[in-house]
Design a protein around this ligand. Structure first.
Ligand code: BV8
Ligand code: ZN
Length: 255
């Protein structure tokens, strides 16, 4: 869409989104890798879903870890090292501001991201449905701990000596039950679901759009371009979330 036509369209959509957020009794947000893109963390599918020639679906699986734990740890250690040097961007801060404006009990942020940037930006009610890249878990005794230091090539549990793994949800693994349950309830009860920076191809996360619509929630998408969800949302705000979300907050005005 040519830039001059884009502005009024986006402007009108932003005003509509701000109106719906003002009227919302409660708001849920679902974020994906796109919300961290402007912090310098590459997304999964912009690089064509490849990492050093491996498809993410082939590296982020329990089978891959059993087959070649070194390769999987290399994938995660590269991303862990990158996390140390990145900061939240204005999109993360805008979502933390939205939570402050709505107040406790009226806001839930469900994220597919494992980078911890929402909490770093001040978001409180954050449900990490795919786990966290700075947490590790022992495959033997299940002991979990937060580790931001560089790990050995094949890190081992100090208690039982078994292999440690990243405490993230891999493909073909179930999401953490408690967290997933809370995410579904929050999305079902929210009057507005804001879907930010996700290609909406990974399930069950992408199914949260249907959960919202099942209870007549209004779904607003923020993305650079149309996604698998675009036909299923009520409003699309096309632009970088680091710009669109602060503009939305500006329209909402101080609480
Ligand atoms: C499950 C790990 C069942 C942590 C991730 C066959 C067998 C088994 C299961 C399946 C199967 N076929 C399909 C499935 C289901 C499968 C699935 O959905 N596969 C897909 C590929 C089709 N799902 C699963 O396996 C899930 N588990 O089903 O378990 C089960 C049940 C009970 C008991 C046992 C088993 C597990 C899914 C979780 C997988 N783990 N991450 C990590 O390493 O990160 S998913 C991983 O990919 C991410 O966490 C994230 O969720 C996903 C990437 O998605 P996005 O975040 O959307 O990122 P993407 O790059 O795709 O898109 C970025 C978007 O941002 C783009 O739209 C872009 O336009 C936009 N963008 C870019 N820049 C900006 C921007 N937007 C705004 N501003 C910008 N600046
Ligand atoms: Zn152990």
């Amino acid at each position: 869409m040519p830039a001059d036509q884009e502005a009024p369209h986006l402007e009108a959509a932003l005003n509509q989104a701000a109106e719906w957020l003002r009227q919302a009794a409660s708001v849920a947000v679902l974020t994906g890798a796109g919300v961290s893109a402007e912090s310098g963390i590459s997304t999964f599918r912009d690089a064509g879903g490849l990492w050093e020639g491996h498809r993410v679906e082939d590296v982020a699986t329990p089978e891959a870890f059993r087959r070649d734990p070194l390769l999987v740890w290399k994938f995660y250690n590269t991303r862990r090292a990158n996390i140390q040097s990145v900061r939240p961007n204005p999109g993360h801060f805008a979502l933390a501001e939205l939570e402050r404006q709505l107040g406790p009990g009226r806001f839930t942020l469900v994220t597919q991201n494992v980078d911890g940037l929402h909490r770093a930006a001040g978001s409180q009610r954050v449900l990490e449905i795919h786990g966290s890249i700075i947490r590790v878990r022992c495959v033997g005794c299940e002991k979990r701990e937060t580790r931001t230091d560089a790990l050995a090539e094949l890190p081992r549990c100090q208690d039982c000596g078994d292999l440690l793994r990243p405490d993230v949800v891999w493909f073909h693994e179930a999401l953490p039950e408690e967290v997933w349950e809370q995410a579904m309830v929050a999305v079902y009860e929210a009057s507005v679901l804001l879907v930010v920076g996700t290609s909406a191809v990974v399930y069950p996360a992408a199914g949260l759009i249907e959960v919202s619509r099942a209870n007549r929630g209004r779904v607003i998408e923020v993305n650079l371009n149309a996604t698998a969800a675009s036909e299923r949302v009520d409003l699309s705000l096309f632009g970088p979330s680091g710009e669109v979300l602060p503009r939305l907050m500006k329209l909402l005005g101080p609480s």
